[in-house]
Ligand binder design. Structure first.
Ligand code: SAM
Length: 231
């Protein structure tokens, strides 16, 4: 993969960035996502934020090599601290991290979200955490999809600030309101794998000298919910 040839996962994330966006890609690593969009004249401006020095240097190198220094600013910063008011960022992408970390990054510096019109989030795991954060903070999910690549299944969630009241029930938070409707083969595969993990976990717990009955019951309840959804 490089800025000219994105992975399917990042290409699908890129597809949700509006044309002409002023974006911030947080946790950008090599900056492939903003670089690809800039090379294809899809964005006006980008910040490529990275908290770790090595990936930040990779991003800076890539941006230089591709002659994109006028369009993309690499910044060594934790989360949304990479965004400065003068950037006038309207779109934020956060991809390739756990849902808990994505929610933590969004929560840590909410002042940076004023003026942002779209979030494109791709949790590797823990999509539920992301949806919980979105609901609590009045960001409405506008689109979702599941992408399968190299034996991994990834969720992509696109959200915009909501001006109308909305709510998600427990099922929608866990599985995704749009993903539930789509019921795609990749979605089924994702949850079949989760069922198998939970089955193994229950077997392990049952082997304990004093099996944690409450915990096992919780797992069984959750498994029942998954079975109902993917039946
Ligand atoms: N976004 C790219 C993608 O989807 O292919 C890179 C994903 S990489 C697995 C995750 C990156 O997020 C790492 O380079 C890591 O250093 C960075 N990261 C983790 N926590 C971060 C934070 N709080 N702020 C900025 N970057 C962060």
């Amino acid at each position: 993969m490089d800025a000219n040839h994105l992975s399917l996962r990042l290409a699908r994330v890129a597809s949700y960035v509006p044309k002409g966006a002023r974006m911030a890609d947080i946790g950008s690593d090599h900056a492939y996502l903003p670089a690809h969009l800039a090379l294809n004249h899809q964005i006006e401006y980008a910040v490529a934020g990275e908290v770790v020095k090595g990936p930040y240097e990779n991003a800076a190198h890539e941006i230089n090599q591709l002659g994109l220094t006028d369009v993309i600013q690499p910044r060594l910063a934790d989360g949304l601290a990479a965004i400065h008011p003068a950037d006038h960022v309207d779109t934020i992408t956060i991809a390739g991290m756990g849902g808990t970390l994505i929610a933590k990054i969004l929560d840590a510096d909410q002042s940076k979200l004023s003026g942002v019109k779209r979030l494109v989030l791709q949790p590797n795991v823990g999509g539920e955490r992301v949806r919980e954060w979105l609901l609590t903070n009045r960001w409405q999910i506008m689109a979702e999809e599941v992408v399968e690549e190299d034996d991994h299944i990834y969720e992509i969630i696109m959200a915009e600030p909501s001006i109308v009241p909305f709510a998600y029930n427990d099922r929608e938070l866990k599985f995704g309101p749009f993903l539930l409707e789509q019921d795609s083969p990749a979605f089924k595969k994702e949850w079949q794998a989760e069922l198998a993990r939970q089955e193994t976990a229950i077997k392990q717990m049952q082997k304990a000298a004093q099996p944690p009955v409450e915990k096992i019951r919780e797992f069984e309840k959750e498994m029942q919910m998954i079975k109902e959804v993917i039946k």
